[in-house]
Design a protein around this ligand. Sequence first.
Ligand SMILES: [Zn+2]
Length: 104
Amino acid sequence: MDPAQNPSPRPCWSCGAFIDRGDRFCRSCGKGQGGEVPWYYRHWGIVLIALFGLGPFALILVWRSPVLSKNAKLAYTAALLAATAFVGWRVYQAWLFAKSLLVL
Ligand SMILES: [Zn+2]
């Protein structure tokens, strides 16, 4: 990279080691930077994982993501907690209904 174009080093989002501005991967830990951030830290990856995989545990990815802004993280957290509470309530209702069918 041209040093004039990328004058100051910046810290890696993952390990904090200083890397050149133009580096696409950290020289210390190897994590992708900028456009090379792993897919599961991006908006669509987090939504996909929350819906079809981890559910509320996707919050770990939300808060570790270097891509999301603070407000986006808060919005994802609120949405995930609300969805978890709703699903939990529906499961509880289904459990009560199933139990009522079993009692004679
Ligand atoms: Zn690093």
